[in-house]
Ligand binder design. Structure first.
Ligand SMILES: Cc1cc2nc3c(=O)[nH]c(=O)nc-3n(C[C@H](O)[C@H](O)[C@H](O)COP(=O)(O)OP(=O)(O)OC[C@H]3O[C@@H](n4cnc5c(N)ncnc54)[C@H](O)[C@@H]3O)c2cc1C
Length: 181
């Protein structure tokens, strides 16, 4: 969807999904298609003349900052946003915290549950750049992380997002404690 999002080609040419060549995943293709359709309609109505502003409904900004990925293996791997290496490469001042997933909710979910979680933090803005989880059914933890990354929720506000007991989401509490909150 280069025409609508990046304004890097003439806006008569649009591509969404894998053809756009950015994040080749069904959910990102659908997201890009929504932005493309809205951009085409807005341009036709004269409501969008220049390039689409980042995070506007005509831009696929999340493709650059917050793509969720799940590897549906057993155990699952789930990631959103940047890894430490990607964040450093993109020039961020980064820290990370990581922990085994060992909370009441994980024991309840499965006996001998084994998992791992990591948050990647932008040290200048104190927001999440990425999160990775490994373990049984961790895909269901991913959308909370996606919201935190897309929303650029400050960590001291995220501290108030209280995970229900006893759920695996209590790993968020442990991670933020590990970070120093
Ligand atoms: C094995 C595998 C597993 C995957 N698993 C996941 C997953 O779990 N989750 C996820 O999010 N993504 C997954 N993906 C990626 C996902 O399938 C793609 O990102 C998504 O299908 C892209 O959608 P699309 O509409 O852009 O392209 P496509 O789904 O490839 O659709 C393009 C369509 O255009 C048709 N076509 C091509 N050329 C022409 C032509 N000249 N004229 C007319 N029609 C044409 C094709 O036949 C096809 O039907 C997986 C991909 C693979 C290969």
């Amino acid at each position: 969807m280069a025409g609508a999002a990046g304004n890097d080609v003439d806006p008569w040419l649009y591509a969404a999904g894998d053809a756009a060549g950015k994040a080749m995943l069904t959910h990102q293709g659908k997201y890009g298609a929504r932005a493309t359709g809205d951009a085409i309609a807005a341009r036709a109505k004269g409501e969008l003349r220049d390039g689409a502003a980042a995070w506007s409904r005509y831009a696929r900004t999340a493709d650059d900052h917050a793509v969720p990925n799940v590897v549906f293996t057993d155990p699952e791997l789930a990631n959103v946003g940047r890894t430490v290496r990607q964040a450093e490469r993109d020039g961020f001042r980064v820290s990370s915290v990581e922990l085994p997933i060992q909370v009441a909710g994980s024991s309840l979910h499965a006996e001998r549950y084994e998992g791992w979680a990591q948050l990647v933090v932008d040290e200048d803005r104190k927001v999440l750049l990425g999160a990775t989880f490994a373990g049984p059914d961790v895909a269901e933890l991913l959308h909370a992380a996606t919201i935190a990354v897309v929303g650029e929720v400050p960590l001291d506000r995220l501290w108030h997002a209280v995970p229900a007991y006893p759920t695996i989401s209590e790993v968020w509490l442990k991670l933020l404690e590990e970070y120093g909150l």
